[in-house]
Write a protein that binds this ligand. Structure first.
Ligand SMILES: Cc1ncc(COP(=O)(O)O)c(C=O)c1O
Length: 386
């Protein structure tokens, strides 16, 4: 098998509806946060349900930062999270002068191991930030129980998790304080850059809204579109510049409408891989519990001990066969900044370490044709059967 063109690891799926909506915004004269952003927020909140408020931001990183700020996380506080994530999950904790306390992962789900959380709780612990790795829900019931027992806040990093369910409930509608999504170009729904924060708590929503735009008490759209003289505003805090543009929201409105269709298309690809990659020296990705939805943002295989190639050689050979792959994740404790700041050793998180050494993320996105899937599957087989 040899593909004629290189199959990228990920691609967004932008339709005519998105393009028409962006053109409409361009012609309207309103480019920044305005009516499209308001509509996207309203429709996103309705999508999640359970009376949440939704606040659109320019990235999940901004959303996580705003969430922790609104919850009062500050200098010297500790926030528990997984080492098996993207650096954004932990860097926002440092923005506030607080310290991430890393925890190892469950060897099956690759999500934070809830049985290892209590042992790192100290009087300084203020919050837990679970990540729904690849779009498979973290074990939220024990996490929420621990948070309740120790009076900790919970912010879900749902960058991969739309739509994902846990015990029948959509991620975002659980009892956590805040949930944050990413609409980065490769994410399950994409606006290029963008994110959404949802919460059931009006006071958190209000703080995030104000801090999202310079700590100003009223947003620009309200001020400029009012027919009364309306130039006055008040700065009530040193806020940030985290607002979403109407151009991004134009994409988001239509991506959101397709979120379930996109999920079904990715789930079909996952099923195709599952069926064809059985009987190889691989561990296939964990599934959602019966009745639950995995968003299938990532399809992560693990080469097992009997594989005749290393992970790095595998990825090189896939690239030579025209298939883009990736690695999720290099655990945070292996990166120089986190390692050196917190004196972490590779073996401090043995499950994350051994997982990292054998993982490969295969392409899984809606624009993949059946031929793309077959080519990927054939390439995997050719490399592993030797
Ligand atoms: C787990 C996780 N959290 C947070 C982020 C940050 O998202 P964004 O790029 O929208 O800031 C990402 C992005 O890759 C991610 O994978």
């Amino acid at each position: 098998m040899m593909t004629t063109e290189f199959l990228p690891f990920a691609l967004p799926d932008i339709g005519e509806e998105e393009i028409t909506e962006v053109l409409d915004s361009l012609k309207s004269g309103w480019l920044t946060t305005g009516p499209k952003t308001k509509r996207f927020e309203k429709e996103f909140a309705e999508f999640i349900g359970n009376d949440v408020e939704a606040i659109a931001v320019n990235s999940a990183t901004s959303g996580l930062h705003l969430a922790l700020e609104a919850l009062g996380i500050g200098a010297g506080d500790e926030v528990i999270t997984t080492t098996y994530t993207f650096t954004a999950t932990a860097e926002v904790i440092r923005y506030l002068g607080a310290n991430p306390i890393f925890v190892d992962i469950d060897p099956h789900t690759l999500n934070i191991d809830p049985t290892k959380i209590e042992e790192v709780i100290t009087p300084r612990t203020k919050a837990i930030v679970p990540v729904h790795f690849g779009g498979l829900a973290a074990e939220m019931n024990p996490i929420l129980d621990i948070a309740g027992k120790y009076n900790l806040k919970v912010v879900e990093d749902a960058a991969h998790a739309i739509p994902t369910t846990y015990r029948g409930e959509l991620i975002g509608s659980l009892k956590s304080d805040v949930t944050v999504y990413s609409f980065y170009a490769t994410k399950p729904i994409a606006t290029g850059e963008g994110g959404m924060l949802v919460t059931r708590h009006p006071e958190i929503a209000q703080r995030c809204r104000v801090m999202r735009l310079h700590g100003i008490s009223r947003d620009a759209f309200d001020r400029y579109t009012s027919t009364k003289p309306n130039w006055h505003y008040e700065v009530i805090a040193p806020g940030f510049k985290d607002n979403m543009t109407d151009l991004a929201a134009s994409l988001g409105i239509h991506q959101l409408k397709k979120a379930w269709i996109f999920q079904q298309q990715r789930a079909k690809i996952a099923t195709f891989y599952d069926e064809h990659l059985r009987d190889l020296p691989l561990i296939l990705p964990p599934k959602a519990q019966a009745g639950d939805t995995h968003s299938w943002h990532l399809y992560v295989i693990r080469l097992d001990d009997t594989a005749k190639v290393s992970r790095n050689t595998f990825i090189e050979e896939m690239a030579a066969k025209g298939i883009g792959c990736s690695v999720h994740y290099i655990p945070l404790h292996l990166h120089p900044y986190w390692r050196d700041t917190y004196n972490l050793r590779p073996e401090d998180f043995p499950v994350a370490l051994s997982t990292y050494e054998c993982v490969v993320s295969l392409p899984i996105y809606t624009r993949m044709t059946l031929e793309d899937q077959e080519n990927t599957m054939t390439a995997v087989k050719e490399i592993l059967i030797r």
